[in-house]
Design a protein around this ligand. Structure first.
Ligand SMILES: Cc1ncc(COP(=O)(O)O)c(C=O)c1O
Length: 393
């Protein structure tokens, strides 16, 4: 395990991704869905006491829209914004009921959405396409599991597993889309493609807004965020740093060591990619190229970048799934539990340096986000029952 303190941190240099009006617009859009319900913010007092911390809160995104992960927040808002733009309307005029109406459909004609995914983002795009009655094509990177493919196919999308890693599959998707006139709904940005990824990032802000309300005035001192391309971590960091601007929480970014592009970028002082196969059980975090908009935020807002081996998230899944007396159980998947795994070892003598670097102590109010539930039951069982995570990659 490795970590690096971000010497370039400068929250004043950071421009918040969303204004107060923007935040409100995103949340109002999500609230217009009949499936909308705040996901639980679970307080783990037993674990906080065990680790010598004041409070631990875990936002449990396995309950999001019945889809087992937060990702649909981004896909739905970006598709909503995209369609609003096509109709020359403001998204505030297009609540979900209207967006899925026959009138909107006949105004827009046939559309096909396309995305690359390791599972959760594509599921969100496929779900939204089905709700609105459009076609959806999804490409998955090499090594994606059949269960994750099935989770997407369930919503009528045409899904296939490619021979490439995530970043190359994204490039393939963009090429196919331009050849066939499809709408790319991708959660990472590249030169000339920034609008939709920015809307996806903004869409995730709903969960941060909910968490702040559910904290009922408790000010978080530490927010731990897992990163793949960093769209999720950066927008959540941006919302927390700008909401608590007088006393911003420490932002700790956690990545699999096989795909630790933010850790490397912090070290290099500029964007650094990881290439080739990224063999990690944290499928949602197996991305080698930082989203440039994400890097622009995290380079100013993050305190520490941590690069961890797979056993850390395997431990997190077991810790959350087997709570201490009085704590609620949280079902968290491989990409959801890594921050809990890291926190859970921080009281061990062996990780004293890490605890000191993160400044974790009896006054710490820690927020974690379990970004997915049990998204692949076979993998979840292998890890939590058999302690087997090596054979999965
Ligand atoms: C469950 C889960 N958590 C976290 C992430 C990371 O999000 P990002 O790629 O924006 O860093 C993903 C990405 O797919 C995910 O599926």
């Amino acid at each position: 395990m490795k970590w690096i303190v971000n010497n370039k941190k400068d929250v004043k240099a950071h421009t918040p991704l969303l204004s107060k009006k923007n935040l409100c617009e995103v949340k109002t859009f999500h609230e217009s869905f009949e499936q909308y319900k705040k996901t639980p913010l679970v307080k783990l007092d037993g674990l906080a006491n065990f680790l010598g911390l004041s409070n631990i809160f875990v936002k449990d995104e396995s309950f999001r829209f019945g889809l087992n992960s937060f990702k649909v927040l981004g896909a739905s808002y970006a598709i909503g914004k995209h369609l609003a733009q096509k109709l020359d309307k403001d998204i505030s005029e297009l609540p979900f009921s209207l967006l899925k109406s026959e009138k909107v459909k006949s105004d827009l004609g046939d559309l096909t959405f396309v995305a690359t995914t390791d599972g959760n983002h594509g599921r969100g795009v496929a779900w939204m396409a089905k709700q609105l009655g459009y076609k959806c094509i999804v490409y998955m990177p090499k090594g994606s599991t059949q269960n994750r493919l099935n989770n997407i196919a369930e919503f009528g999308a045409d899904v296939s597993i490619t021979d490439w890693n995530y970043d190359d599959a994204v490039r393939f998707t963009a090429k196919q889309a331009s050849k066939n006139g499809w709408e790319v709904i991708q959660d990472t940005a590249w030169e000339g493609y920034t609008e939709i990824p920015k809307w996806i990032m903004k869409g995730y802000s709903t969960l941060a807004q909910e968490a702040i309300e559910q904290l009922h005035g408790t000010v978080p001192t530490h927010v731990f965020l897992q990163a793949g391309v960093g769209a999720f971590a950066s927008v959540i960091a941006s919302v927390f740093v700008s909401t608590f601007e007088k006393n911003p929480p420490k932002i700790i970014i956690v990545e699999p060591e096989k795909a630790d592009c933010f850790y490397r970028s912090c070290k290099a002082g500029k964007i650094e990619a990881v290439t080739g196969e990224m063999n990690t059980i944290m499928a949602g975090l197996a991305c080698g190229e930082p989203n440039p908009m994400g890097w622009d935020i995290l380079k100013y807002c993050a305190d520490v970048f941590v690069s961890v081996p797979d056993w850390v998230t395997a431990r997190g899944m077991r810790v959350l799934g087997n709570p201490l007396k009085g704590d609620n159980r949280i079902i968290s998947g491989e990409s959801g539990a890594v921050t809990a795994g890291l926190l859970s070892i921080s009281s061990k003598d062996k990780y004293k340096d890490l605890r000191e670097t993160l400044k974790l102590d009896k006054n710490s109010n820690v927020l974690l986000i379990s970004t997915e539930g049990n998204t692949d039951p076979k993998v979840y069982r292998n890890i939590t029952w058999d302690g087997d995570y090596q054979s999965l990659i």
